[in-house]
Design a protein around this ligand. Structure first.
Ligand SMILES: *[C@@H]1O[C@H](CO)[C@@H](O)[C@H](O)[C@H]1NC(C)=O
Ligand SMILES: *[C@@H]1O[C@H](CO)[C@@H](O)[C@H](O)[C@H]1NC(C)=O
Ligand SMILES: *[C@@H]1O[C@H](CO)[C@@H](O)[C@H](O)[C@H]1NC(C)=O
Length: 295
């Protein structure tokens, strides 16, 4: 085999090896722009109409403001009431301005494909929420259930239920539009849309907590998204990137899991590499035998 041929084989081996490790690595925890839900009105506007240009103006303003504020609302007045559009966004309270800005830009661009030509649309990503409509919805409390998802059951464990209660109780008493709680291995978060009043936000979160407890109390994690607020919890994984917001100051089992996963990935990767090298040597030997020489 020629030198270049051997190098080519080696480099394809390296590529294969990297690919194998990438496949074996655990999936990364959900990021800020992970899709949660989207919804659109049935009614459509005419592309190229004044409605269309007002909507573009509105969405542009939302994106333009997200670098300087975690919440904003805008109204673009049309020449007729039907062409007046209302829109807002809300970033998760722990995002920095760069992440908030990227999240809102991503949500607006996805709204364009999820809700093509719709008179109203709403989209929730992990890190932000964007909604627009030609009917005003600012300041209106809306506790419609949008998403309720529970993780796998953890089995009967009264200690785990007690810690969940404690973590959610922090949210109920927290105050503010973004709330973080924790107890033991349980981390909890809640977020209101910024157009709600203090008492409406409190009412919305309390409602979401009740639904979350009854639906997902015995699960590894749970999410309840209502139209104007959400409440979530997870056991052993933290949502906040800095990890310093929890009230519980519990043991950070996420890091331990990550370490275990990394070690596992490395071991599997090494086994795969050894297997590949053996295959590679066998392959070279066969070639050598055929050609009766190795040069
Ligand atoms: C929203 O716009 C659509 C299309 O122009 C129109 O039919 C509808 O009446 C408008 N809705 C409101 C509340 O103005
Ligand atoms: C909408 O935004 C304006 C300022 O930009 C603010 O004064 C007002 O309170 C906001 N309204 C709601 C319902 O959030
Ligand atoms: C952290 O873990 C240690 C032992 O693993 C345990 O004794 C302690 O109670 C834990 N702390 C919390 C807050 O869960």
């Amino acid at each position: 085999m020629s030198a270049t041929g051997r190098i080519r084989s080696l480099s394809s081996l390296v590529i294969f090896f990297c690919g194998a490790v990438a496949i074996l690595s655990p999936p990364s925890t959900s990021s800020v722009d992970t899709f949660v839900f989207g919804g659109c009105t049935q009614q459509k506007y005419i592309p190229g109409s004044p409605f269309d240009s007002n909507l573009n103006l509105l969405l542009g303003r939302l994106v333009g403001t997200a670098a300087s504020s975690a919440y904003a609302n805008f109204t673009v007045l049309g020449s007729t009431p039907q062409d007046t559009i209302y829109g807002l966004y809300q970033c998760r309270g722990d995002l920095n301005s760069g992440d908030c800005s990227r999240c809102v830009a991503g949500a607006v661009s996805r709204l364009g494909t999820v809700c093509t030509d719709a008179c109203g649309g709403a989209l929730q990503l992990e890190g932000c929420f964007v909604k627009y409509d030609n009917r005003s919805f600012f300041g209106a409390e809306d506790k419609t259930l949008v998403v309720r998802k529970c993780g796998p059951p953890i089995g009967s464990n009264s200690g785990a239920l007690t810690r969940l209660d404690a973590a959610l109780a922090y949210l109920a008493t927290g105050g503010g539009t973004y709330r973080v709680g924790g107890a033991g291995e349980v981390q909890s978060t809640a977020q209101c849309i910024g157009d709600l009043s203090v008492s409406e936000c409190q009412d919305c979160i309390t409602d979401a907590i009740g639904r979350l407890k009854s639906a997902c109390g015995a699960s590894a994690w749970g999410d309840v998204y209502l139209a104007k607020c959400y409440t979530r919890f997870t056991r052993g994984v933290t949502y906040s990137q800095d990890g310093g917001n929890g009230y519980g100051n519990g043991n950070n089992t996420k890091n331990n899991d990550d370490e275990t996963n990394k070690t596992l990935a490395i071991i599997i990767g090494l086994i795969a590499a050894v297997a590949l090298i053996i295959l590679f040597i066998t392959f070279l030997n066969k070639k050598c035998e055929k050609r009766k020489g190795c040069k």
